[in-house]
Design a protein around this ligand. Structure first.
Ligand code: RIB
Length: 307
């Protein structure tokens, strides 16, 4: 069955600790809170897009274990169609997440587990779905070569391609030319361009450099509380962040943004409308704890956009 949106990426279980600060090496510190829940950028983006109203297929690899079953439950609840390989030889991965009390800012260490063993052979049974999608999205938590092959299949089929280049890593030369849109945060944009992103001007310079490296439609740099900076052939524009309440947890905000963006493009919105939609999805997600669990439903997004 074809899908409007096909996403390749990672599912892991997120072990999230809240504290006023990270422990230093050699120190043990009592956390102020803990949750174990679904995560992984690809899975979070798939859930965000589906909750926002998208028709989503998600390609990944999970282990034959309790964390893998957690993923299956989350996708079923969100209406994501899992296009998965179940790998008996590798466990499903996990992420250790530190959330700073007060600001809601986070730091993440991830072990992709079974999804780190994804190969291009995992794409082969789904090649027609990838090529036939309206929008194809991936990130860089699974091997980069597989992300490249995914984008290549999607582009050859005429899909709109989005690369969320997270976490930051070096890319093969042809990679950005396979992307209609790239959506790095400040750190990732700096890693890709060598330009330190510290304000809107430097974000615009980094975005311009990404276009010069081959990105086809637009480079979109997400800027946390400052929203996003988009640069396309028309020029650079600032998309301010929307406010939806008190920020409790910023983990997965980028995933909310990317999932919302994919959903909006699949629904035929133009770039600026799609970015406003994505910003609304991210704004709501940070008012809630967790990642996949924080993704808003279509009605909530509409209410914020109209409010
Ligand atoms: O973007 C947030 C996600 O990054 C978390 O859910 C964690 O699993 C890591 O993949």
């Amino acid at each position: 069955m074809p899908h409007d949106i096909v996403i390749l990426g990672v599912f892991v279980a997120d072990a999230a600790f809240r504290s006023d600060r990270l422990p230093v090496l050699g120190e043990t510190k009592i956390a102020t809170g803990f949750t174990l829940g679904p995560g992984g950028k690809g899975s979070n983006q798939a859930v965000a897009a589906a909750r926002a109203g998208g028709d989503v297929g998600f390609i990944t690899r999970i282990g034959d274990d309790a964390f893998g079953q957690m993923g299956q439950r989350v996708w079923a609840a969100a209406g994501v169609n899992p296009l998965i390989t179940c790998d008996p030889d590798h466990p499903t991965g996990a992420a250790g997440i530190f959330i700073e009390e007060g600001s809601g800012r986070n730091a993440i260490l991830i072990s992709p587990g079974a999804a780190g063993a994804i190969t291009t052979a995992d794409l082969t049974p789904h090649a027609a779905l990838i090529a036939g999608a309206k929008v194809a999205v991936t990130q860089l938590e699974q091997p980069v070569a597989v992300a490249r092959d995914f984008l290549r299949i999607a582009q050859a089929g005429g899909a709109i391609t989005i690369l969320n280049p997270a976490p930051a890593t070096s890319l093969p030369g042809e990679m950005l030319g396979l992307c209609d849109y790239v959506t790095p945060n400040e750190t990732e944009a700096a890693a890709l361009t060598g330009i330190a992103v510290v304000d809107l001007n430097s974000a615009a310079a980094a975005a311009e450099a990404l276009l010069a490296q081959g990105v086809r439609q637009a480079a979109i740099i997400t800027l946390g509380a400052e929203g996003a900076l988009v640069r396309d052939r028309k020029g650079a524009r600032h998309i301010p962040q929307m406010q939806a309440g008190t920020v409790v947890d910023t983990t997965g905000a980028g995933d909310a943004f990317n999932g919302g963006f994919a959903c909006a493009l699949a629904q035929g919105m133009d770039l600026d409308r799609a970015l406003r939609f994505a910003t609304a999805v991210a704004a709501i997600s940070v008012t809630r704890a967790g990642t996949a669990a924080a993704m808003p439903a279509a009605a909530e997004i509409r209410a914020l956009l109209q409010g």
